[in-house]
Ligand binder design. Structure first.
Ligand SMILES: [Fe+2]
Ligand SMILES: [Fe+2]
Length: 510
């Protein structure tokens, strides 16, 4: 039994207080005593070192039952035991229902008290252990969720929500540190006016700024007595709050880079205030918020890294698309329109917005393989010989081979599209002769978008077709060249499609 546990004895009779103190001190405990509930509650509020509370029931000012009720709000892990005579045994049993753990009868029996204390300590240890386990499990769940979020905005909202929930607070914010490390921007908030979103504050004159600059968490129980930040207290309506930095993991670059001072260590600051029960924040809250902030910082860095990779991919796709255009003398407007048609069709086919967006970004590369086709064939005016057509056909497999090595979402999609945009639904297309739904949905969609657009424009080898003639062809080829469902979706979306066609017209010939 750990002997450093503190016990609080509350009784209006001094004899009882002294007797209990003697017994428990002999057992090696540190004992404090109070003559009534009010005084006892003050002592509990002042320090949370008490593990067991022995209390009388009938006392002036505040009785034992009320004391237990109030004490449990302040110190939920405190184990209360009531001391009672036979006359008030029923009240004592009622107290147990109210949250007392046990009762001991006066006059005291030494072994009974020892037993009660020993049980109470065991109970306290178990409930502490349970609480810790529960906390670890919950924090684990939070960190798992945090790690699975791909969008920065959603991530920040989730982190703030989880933080408020974990420490039972009602108001809070997440401030992002600007790239130059000089200002903080309110990225998301709860319980604050919406119009504050995106507002910026200076690092020098704000509490969050102090936290970001010092790279240190801040737990304030009463701002009026806190010399660190009391000058900035006009920013708050609450007296107690916690601010924790979201710290970037130190990278080896930091040590060698002369730009080190320009890269802020702290990428964001998490602020919470206003406890639901009106109490002040504790060291435990600070610990929990620091754990949440750690996970959030790592996740935020990952999300940004992923975004950078995707930006780089997007740029590469764009550059490649431009090369193809120049090479095949097709205008950039063709690939732009195909991209937009594809997105419209994808959404109408029921694909997610994210997939539709990937398709939009990847579809401009459908003819990337044409960079490998000799100029004389690619830009030959008039009809191609069968041999020349066979060479042209190699562009789809060539495009796939060029792109397939990439691991990125967009380029992987582009590889599939490059390979399958000349497959036909009935199985007579190239290069693989795939049939029906064996052709990837991206391939089936781009096939419709590409043919629709190509027929409508003039090329060195053909005139532009009238719209009616194109639409007739789509009706004829429904289920043959094209996926019948996508043709239906195409006709359903014809207004959007034509709008795109008008929005990106072919430039006039010079
Ligand atoms: Fe093609
Ligand atoms: Fe095309």
């Amino acid at each position: 039994m750990p002997k450093e546990d503190c016990i609080l004895v509350v009784d209006d009779e001094v004899v009882i207080r002294e007797l209990m103190s003697d017994i428990l001190t002999d057992e090696g405990f540190t004992v404090f005593s109070a003559p009534n509930g009010r005084k006892a509650l003050e002592m509990i509020r002042e320090t949370n070192k008490f593990v067991v509370l022995f209390t009388d029931i009938m006392m002036p000012e505040m009785d034992g039952i009320e004391l237990i009720r109030e004490a449990r709000k302040v110190a939920p892990s405190l184990v209360p035991i009531v001391m009672t005579g036979y006359a008030t045994l029923e009240t004592a049993r009622a107290a147990v229902k109210e949250g007392a753990y046990d009762y001991v009868l006066k006059p005291f029996n030494l072994s009974e008290i020892k037993m009660a204390v020993s049980n109470a300590l065991e109970r306290s240890r178990l409930s502490n252990e349970n609480a810790r386990l529960l906390e670890i499990t919950e924090l684990f769940n939070i960190s798992e969720s945090i790690a699975s979020i791909r969008s920065e905005e959603k991530l920040l909202e989730f982190v703030l929500g989880a933080a408020l929930e974990k420490v039972q607070a009602t108001r809070g914010s997440l401030m992002l540190v600007s790239a130059d490390g000089r200002t903080l921007e309110l990225a998301t908030c709860t319980g604050l006016p919406e119009n504050l979103l995106r507002t910026k504050v200076d690092l020098e004159s704000s509490i969050s700024g102090w936290v970001a600059k010092q790279v240190q968490p801040l737990l304030v129980q009463d701002i009026r007595t806190n010399p660190t930040v009391d000058k900035m207290s006009w920013q708050l309506t609450e007296n107690s709050f916690v601010s924790v930095p979201l710290e970037r993991k130190a990278s080896p670059i930091d040590e060698t880079n002369i730009m080190e001072s320009a890269i802020p260590r702290v990428i964001a600051v998490l602020n919470v205030t206003e406890k639901r029960d009106g109490t002040t924040f504790t060291e435990r809250d600070l610990k929990i918020l620091s754990i949440v902030a750690n996970h959030a910082a790592a996740a935020l860095e990952n999300v940004r890294l992923l975004r950078d990779v995707e930006d780089a991919q997007r740029e590469m796709v764009f550059t490649l698309g431009e090369i193809v255009e120049t090479r095949s003398r097709e205008t950039g407007y063709h690939v732009k329109r195909v991209a937009e048609y594809s997105k419209v069709l994808a959404l109408k086919c029921g694909l997610s917005l994210a997939d539709a967006e990937v398709l939009r970004m990847a579809s401009p590369l459908h003819d990337v393989g044409k960079v490998g086709i000799p100029d004389a064939i690619l830009n030959k005016p008039g009809k191609l010989t069968p041999e020349e057509f066979e060479i042209i056909k190699t562009h789809s497999q060539m495009g796939y081979d060029m792109l397939k090595v990439s691991k990125g979402r967009i380029l992987q999609a582009a590889a599939i599209i490059a390979q399958q945009h000349h497959e036909k639904f009935e199985g007579s297309g190239y290069p693989l002769g795939l049939k029906g739904k064996d052709i990837h949905i991206f391939g089936r969609i781009v096939c419709v978008a590409d043919v629709f657009d190509a027929l409508g424009v003039k090329r060195v080898y053909k005139e532009a077709w009238e719209l009616d003639r194109i639409l007739d062809l789509f009706k004829q080829e429904r289920g043959k060249h094209f996926d019948p469902e996508i043709v239906d979706v195409f006709f359903d979306s014809i207004e959007d499609i034509l709008q795109i066609r008008t929005a990106f017209p072919e430039p006039l010939e010079d």
